[in-house]
Write a protein that binds this ligand. Structure first.
Ligand code: HEM
Length: 442
């Protein structure tokens, strides 16, 4: 029996429905079948809904797929970094990248996560309200720059965060546009995109020069590690361009996702007083005098459930693309080379058969005793298989520590009750930002 259903609406209607409101489009498609064919003719496009197809594409048959269009678009900004390379090149990079996220390094990163969060608390205590999304963007940008490049971007935080935002907006526009104009074509959007890339490069290239001249100052960072790996016997040399691409990758993949997640969490807590009270109870019991940040992190059980529930409802990586490299058989059905597959954690995480009352915020879904009932490939905010998120542990720890430090001193309340909408760019943002009252917890 075939599990793929073709929807009856025309491809033009599907395309405009998708462009108008991609998130609702995917949620509507959820009940149409395990795999939905979008009727797109020469280049077949599918929406993947069932966990077993997700597993086939991302894990079991992953060698038959590439990231396709996502890679093509992202390469314009980040070049050949870990997020965008394919096949053997990617495998090689993933191997030399692993040590950046080893436990002993994560333990050191935790110190920076806590101290930067404390500085932000001191700043926020002077304010009545703030644009929370921007504050979170600057905080996670500052953390990633310190731990990956030993660079303090405090003075340039706003400018850099704006440059990253501009590249992300342009990338999202290109991702969903039917035409992909080369970046060299001087459209207004392309010019803005190129300016933003130059701003980021003006920060990145001097760091590379400095790291090569003064390696000891960088030995604990990603840049130092990559320079070191090139010194191993038989290792190929590493060029500035490759370092630049990996640094761009970390800037783009490693801070916007976490910042958006944090913004959604504080929003969700402001709407769910019971969960907020349980969160406060947990963090108020922490003994910050005797513990290292890493020990603190391991005690944040309920906080962890809040993070997972927010990742379910507002997964920053809301859409994952794959393209078949060759003809491929999935669960006994054949798909042609070149077929594209859209896998949307945003809609799959709302499957009511797996998550009853899917729109309700219920962190307890992820309590130890309940987690077992969630099939592995029904919940995958960090992807799965060979292309899954290398920063997964980093992101979970960073989010928990930031929540704990900020949550012990402050909470946030909505300034007004205007509806908050998600904006699906490369990562899932709060549309038009989130203005929040800053309330001291006394
Ligand atoms: C809440 C935060 C984050 C979320 C939800 C997230 C999600 C994801 C997802 C879903 C993928 C797989 C994409 C695909 O299969 O096409 C991915 C890949 C990746 N992520 Fe994350 N990520 C987060 C934070 C981070 C952080 C903090 C870093 C780095 C410090 C990072 C670095 C990367 C990189 C380099 C890849 C590409 C891995 C590869 O292709 O081998 N991410 N992320």
């Amino acid at each position: 029996m075939t599990r793929t259903k073709t929807i009856k609406t025309s491809r033009i209607k599907n395309y405009f429905d998708f462009r108008r409101d991609p998130l609702s489009f995917f949620v509507r498609m959820l009940e149409k079948g395990d795999m939905v064919s979008l009727n797109t003719g020469l280049v077949p496009s599918y929406i993947v809904n069932s966990p077993s197809f997700v597993q086939e594409i991302l894990v079991t048959k992953d060698a038959s797929f590439r990231k396709g269009r996502t890679t093509k678009v992202l390469t314009r900004t980040i070049g050949d970094g870990l997020l965008t390379t394919e096949k053997t090149h990617h495998k090689k990079q993933k191997k030399y990248f692993q040590p950046v996220f080893y436990k002993e390094r994560l333990m050191r990163y935790a110190e920076t996560m806590v101290s930067d969060s404390k500085s932000l608390v001191a700043e926020l205590e002077q304010k009545d309200s703030c644009l929370l999304d921007e504050e979170m963007m600057e905080l996670t940008l500052s953390i990633i720059s310190k731990v990956m490049f030993a660079t303090n971007v405090d003075e340039k935080k706003k400018e850099l965060a704006a440059a990253v935002s501009a590249t992300i907006k342009q990338t999202a526009n290109s991702l969903f546009s039917p035409f992909l104009l080369p970046l060299a074509v001087p459209t207004k959007g392309n010019r803005r995109h190129r300016d933003a890339i130059s701003k980021l490069e003006n920060v990145i290239y001097p760091i590379i020069d400095e790291a090569k001249q003064n390696p000891t100052a960088y030995e604990d960072t990603m840049v130092g590690l990559l320079l070191d790996s090139a010194k191993q016997p038989d290792a190929p040399p590493i060029f500035d361009k490759e370092l630049r691409d990996q640094m761009m990758t970390m800037l783009l993949a490693g801070h916007e996702t976490s910042a958006n997640l944090l913004t959604w969490i504080f929003y969700a807590l402001s709407k769910n007083p019971e969960a907020e009270a349980k969160f406060h109870e947990e963090i108020d019991q922490l003994d910050s005098l005797t513990e290292t940040p890493f020990e603190t992190y391991r005690k944040l059980t309920y906080t962890n459930q809040i993070i997972k529930e927010t990742l379910r409802l507002y997964p920053p990586a809301w859409l994952i693309y794959r393209e078949a490299d060759e003809d491929v058989e999935l669960l006994g059905e054949s798909f042609k080379a070149g077929s594209t597959f859209m896998i949307a954690p945003y809609s799959i995480h709302r499957n009511p058969d797996i998550f009853p009352d899917p729109e309700q915020f219920k962190p307890e879904r992820f309590a130890e005793e309940n987690q077992e009932s969630i099939p592995t490939f029904a919940y995958f905010p960090f992807g799965a298989g060979s292309r899954s998120c290398i920063g997964y542990r980093f992101a979970m720890m960073e989010t928990a520590l930031i929540l704990a430090v900020i949550g012990r001193s402050l909470k946030f309340q909505r300034v007004d009750e205007t509806p908050v909408e998600p904006e699906p760019l490369v990562s899932l943002r709060v549309k038009d930002g989130l203005n929040m009252k800053v309330v001291s917890r006394g």
